[in-house]
Design a protein around this ligand. Structure first.
Ligand SMILES: C[S@@+](CC[C@H](N)C(=O)[O-])C[C@H]1O[C@@H](n2cnc3c(N)ncnc32)[C@H](O)[C@@H]1O
Length: 298
């Protein structure tokens, strides 16, 4: 997504807020940091461009009351007060399977899925307000009643806002890759993230992921595989010449160049509920390989 902050450098005010020993910060009891979710780990986003203009501003004015979850904050406008609990039945006015998309961007995937699956409830989680405003435009123009959006830092949504076991699917499609080694720690999908996803998923629930970065794809595969509460739905599938990782390594379009075939596999086929977003389209045009993964909550 061209508006993604992925290609920018971290804002200077983030420096030292990651709990590193270099810049230790006191942790206030009861604060987000005490819950281990806010700035005790590096955040996966860069704050920028939250001002809305034109159609997006109007969309926010016209539709936020209907679709935006008004979350009590504690630390910043993307934080979630740890005492706040999302009541899906009250919000959607019904009980239905809940699908949560983390980092929903401009809302292309979730709005399309919500329209195709009116029997399910959908929640878009995104820190980037202009992306959420764009999502509102789509939701309102299609008159959908099964979508809500929340401007919030995803780990906080997963660790305290959503009730445990209340979600049927969690989607993380094309999270910011933070591909420079010194920025890898900012990646959202890492070992500490898996327990947050497993906490909200019901037994048998699915965690679907996609990325166009082979190094991040391998990291995602390892995170799911190493967790004892997830099983890879496609364990052992698509190895060797069938593997997208082998393809990426030999394509020349990836930063990892190697002749070594992928012996592990485990890649899902493209999830047919995931439409081609403008972000993914750019990856295709650049000749990049797309990786899908699906883990089941045990
Ligand atoms: C590269 S974009 C992909 C957007 C969309 N999933 C797609 O495929 O088009 C990644 C998105 O994740 C959002 N994001 C990054 N870290 C986040 C976090 N901690 N909580 C919520 N959203 C986050 C970014 O603002 C950005 O919009």
């Amino acid at each position: 997504m061209s508006e993604s902050p992925a290609s920018t450098t971290p804002e200077s005010s983030d420096t030292g807020t990651d709990g590193s020993t270099e810049f230790p910060r006191p942790v206030t009891p009861g604060s987000q940091a005490a819950h281990g979710t806010y700035r005790v780990q590096p955040v996966s986003f860069v704050r920028r461009g939250t001002r809305l203009q034109g159609r997006r501003q109007k969309a926010w004015e016209d539709h936020s009351e209907d679709y935006v979850i008004d979350v009590p904050r504690q630390v910043s406008d993307t934080s979630v007060h740890p005492d706040y609990l999302f009541d899906a039945e009250a919000v959607y006015g019904r009980t239905a399977p809940l699908v949560v998309e983390i980092g929903s961007g401009l809302g292309e995937a979730i709005v399309n899925a919500a329209e195709a699956n009116p029997e399910k409830n959908f929640l878009a989680v995104e820190v980037y307000k202009p992306g959420l405003a764009q999502t509102l435009l789509k939701v309102a123009s299609r008159e959908l009643t099964n979508v809500r959006v929340v401007q919030a830092n995803a780990p906080e949504v997963l660790s305290t806002m959503l009730p445990a076991g209340s979600v049927s699917e969690v989607w993380v499609f094309f999270p910011d890759p933070w591909h420079k080694t010194k920025h890898n720690k900012r990646r959202m999908v890492k070992d500490a993230f898996a327990p947050l996803v497993s906490r909200v998923l019901a037994e048998g629930g699915l965690w679907r992921l996609a990325t166009d970065w082979s190094g991040y794809a391998e990291q995602m595969r390892a995170v799911g595989t190493d967790s004892d509460v997830f099983a890879n739905v496609h364990d052992g599938e698509r190895t060797g010449s069938e593997s997208p990782l082998t393809e990426a390594r030999t394509s020349g379009a990836d930063c990892e160049v190697s002749d070594e075939p992928d012996a592990i596999g485990g890649w899902a086929p493209r999830f047919d509920g995931r439409i081609l977003t403008s972000f993914e389209n750019k990856a295709h045009k650049a000749g990049r390989t797309i990786f899908d993964l699906t883990f089941r909550r045990l």
